[in-house]
Design a binder for this molecule. Structure first.
Ligand code: ZN
Length: 291
């Protein structure tokens, strides 16, 4: 018989792992927050036995104890039987967003507005596209690659999934995803960092922010850090500026106000989104170097 109601750390770890590093409910996307439910009631048995416990999020836990739709013990046992193969480097998350009258995406100095809410941000086959519907931010399409061309972050129909190499951190809370990499890895070549530091000396001193997505208001999303690399071209969002760096040139292009004054790149064009609505998007085309 255990004396303390406090669940020992090794049992917590075992249960979180069993649940696949998320709520054990296969229909629930919650990660990060766990409660440890005793299927054999603590009050009666006074034991912490992993075979009779489950890691679920606080919301799902509340449905185990009350509500018109209760989660039964049988259901919890079924969830425990699910074999999860998720490895630590693979993460899946979802992002919720409050509905707004109009949706907007803030990317560095740019605010892109759209009535139907789908805004892609594209460089060759790397893209960020989302839609806001019924209070959810749907990432229809995100595909970001490392400098060596390998996919590292994709999203389809609102499931964010990452496959992170060693040394890359992935942090998440509701409405925020932050991916950081150490300098010197595959995400941003040294020549690009060097050029950007001419203008922003503190750039990447604390690692490279590969992706920083945050819900900042109703219908509003901010991309504060973004790194896209294709061959000898790098696109980097750093604080309030966008750096467009072409290897071997004296200085990067820096966009800090609007796109209007930029003679060649990027351009805002209409794009037929995955939902078949025509929406504006920003294209950075490394094949067009301008004059
Ligand atoms: Zn849950």
């Amino acid at each position: 018989m255990a004396k303390s109601r406090y669940v020992p750390i090794d049992i917590r770890r075992e249960l979180i792992e069993e649940a696949g590093n998320k709520c054990a409910n296969p229909g629930c996307p919650v990660t990060c927050r766990y409660e440890f439910h005793h299927i054999k009631e603590w009050a009666v048995y006074k034991v912490h036995n992993a075979d009779d416990m489950i890691a679920i999020c606080p919301t799902c836990h509340s449905y185990v104890h009350s509500g018109r739709l209760k989660i039964s013990d049988e259901k919890l046992r079924d969830w425990k039987k699910i074999t999860r193969k998720q490895v630590a480097s693979e993460k899946t998350d979802q992002i919720f967003i409050e509905k707004g009258k109009q949706s907007s995406m803030v990317v560095g100095p740019l605010t892109i507005k759209s009535n139907n809410g789908a805004i892609p941000f594209r460089m060759l086959d790397q893209v960020i596209e989302y839609r806001i519907e019924n209070g959810n931010l749907y990432f229809l399409n995100i595909n970001l690659k490392r400098a060596d061309g390998k996919d590292f972050f994709t999203a389809t129909h609102n499931i964010l999934s990452t496959n992170l190499p060693e040394g890359v951190s992935y942090d998440y809370y509701a409405g925020k995803v932050l991916i950081k990499a150490a300098v010197g890895d595959n995400f941003l070549p040294g020549w690009a960092i060097k050029e950007i530091r001419q203008f922003a000396p503190d750039f990447a001193t604390n690692g490279v922010t590969v992706l920083d997505i945050e819900v900042i208001g109703q219908g509003a999303v901010k991309i504060a850090g973004l790194v896209m690399v294709a061959g000898d071209v790098a696109l980097v969002v750093h604080e309030d500026e966008i750096y467009y760096v072409v290897k071997g040139t004296v200085r990067p292009w820096i966009f800090s106000e609007t796109l209007d004054k930029v003679p060649f790149l990027p351009k805002v064009v209409d794009y037929k989104g995955s939902d078949n609505n025509t929406i504006p998007y920003i294209e950075f085309n490394p094949n067009s170097r301008g004059k």
